[in-house]
Design a protein around this ligand. Structure first.
Ligand code: DCP
Ligand code: MG
Length: 370
């Protein structure tokens, strides 16, 4: 009621790694709006405002209830400068700025082009500047040379632009698990990414696989890919060899990919292997679906760092690294944790070890949906 002052409101941390964020988002109307603005800034290479909107969205995702009045955002970190968007939405149910972006031709086109596997913002921008506005125009343009990844992206567009369900991720887990068991008895497999955080749907399925014995993981990925191919399940594979070298660490390039061996795959998933069937699509009567799968293979002594790094969310990872750097003078990435004060690497065999080194309360994977 009006005039009633809230008592003992817990302060919300500016760092996503100090907040518990489940998949339940009570402020979707705001966070969707902020994410559109963030993405538009990203397309325009304005990193600062992009990150500011992503942070603001992330803070709202962690709240236990919907924001109903502007005053409710007063004591929240990262939100001040975005009050205007919040007021608009509270008042009109939408924001003028967001509507403007959504109807902007450049935004719409870059959004469309980047939805193709293998097409990043740079390529999308190039196509846009050539005057291309649709897939058919891009595919018909003689000056455009699609690489193998983009060709596959277009070929399987219908399937891989549809969300992957939890049941489909489980079916793929079973397939990969069976494959690695035939390769070595000491294989370790972990489902990571959004599905580890308890999401019902994802754009791909992410796995970490390795071997207990150090060094034995070196040929693992290639063996897995070979077997998948033999079974007729491999539709696309981009294999990246390991460049991992402990002496190159600590690495200061935080947004870059890690150095572990990995592959970006498109696999053929049979509907009969999925409990409850394939996630439905209109007119789909083939009985199978192309699904994007990422496999990463760190050596076992890097397992905890890789698992933490690949479990996400992106915002959670960003803030964990920022927290380490700013609050602890430590460098964290997917390979290691380095203490700049002690000038040494801190060992970890579990995610809990890493949180403990950082002095951050442990956050369960399903609470990392920041
Ligand atoms: N990741 C990262 N930085 C990258 C790529 C990945 O930090 N450049 C981490 C964070 C992600 C995780 O790896 O959460 C998996 O990447 P995805 O793009 O698959 O993201 P999610 O699995 O979280 O979401 P989705 O459901 O869209 O697959
Ligand atoms: Mg994923």
């Amino acid at each position: 009621p009006e005039g009633c002052t809230p008592t003992a409101v817990a302060t919300v941390s500016q760092y996503a790694c100090q907040r518990r964020t489940t998949t339940e988002n009570n402020n979707k109307i705001f966070t969707d709006a902020f994410e559109v603005l963030a993405e538009n800034y990203e397309f325009n290479e304005l990193e600062g405002p992009c990150l500011a909107f992503r942070r603001a969205a992330s803070v709202l995702k962690s709240l236990p209830a919907a924001v109903r009045r502007l005053e409710a955002t007063n004591n929240l970190p990262c939100l001040g400068e975005h009050a205007k968007t919040v007021i608009d939405i509270l008042q009109y149910g939408c924001s003028c700025d967001v509507e403007k972006v959504l109807s902007d031709e450049r935004y719409q086109t870059l959004k469309l082009f980047t939805s193709v596997f293998g097409v990043g913002p740079k390529t999308a921008e190039k196509w846009y500047r050539r005057g291309l506005r649709s897939f058919s125009e891009a595919l018909a343009d003689p000056s455009i040379q699609l690489n193998r990844m983009q060709q596959c992206g277009f070929l399987h567009y219908g399937d891989i632009s549809r969300p992957v369900s939890k049941a489909e991720a489980q079916a793929l887990t079973n397939i990969i698990d069976e494959v690695i068991r035939t390769i070595t008895p000491d294989a370790v497999l972990a489902l990571t990414g959004g599905f580890r955080r308890g999401k019902e749907f994802g754009h791909d399925v992410d796995f970490i696989l390795t071997t207990l014995e150090l060094g034995k993981e070196e040929n693992l990925l290639q063996s897995v890919v070979r077997k998948l191919k033999k079974q007729g399940l491999l539709l696309f594979c981009d294999y990246q060899v390991s460049n991992f070298d402990m002496s190159k660490l600590p690495c200061h390039n935080f947004e870059a990919m890690d150095y572990f061996a990995k592959c970006f795959l498109i696999l053929r998933l049979e509907g009969s292997l999925v409990e409850g069937g394939l996630h439905p699509a209109e007119g789909d009567c083939r009985g199978w679906k192309a699904v994007r799968v990422d496999l990463v293979s760190p050596p076992m002594d890097r397992y905890a760092f890789a698992l933490l790094g690949w479990s996400g969310s992106r915002q959670f990872e960003r803030d964990l690294r920022r927290f380490a750097r700013v609050e602890r003078r430590m460098l964290l990435d997917n390979h290691a944790l380095y203490d700049k004060t002690k000038k040494e690497f801190l060992a970890a065999t579990t995610e809990k070890d890493i949180f403990a080194h950082l002095g951050v309360e442990y956050i369960e994977p399903w609470q990392r949906n920041a």
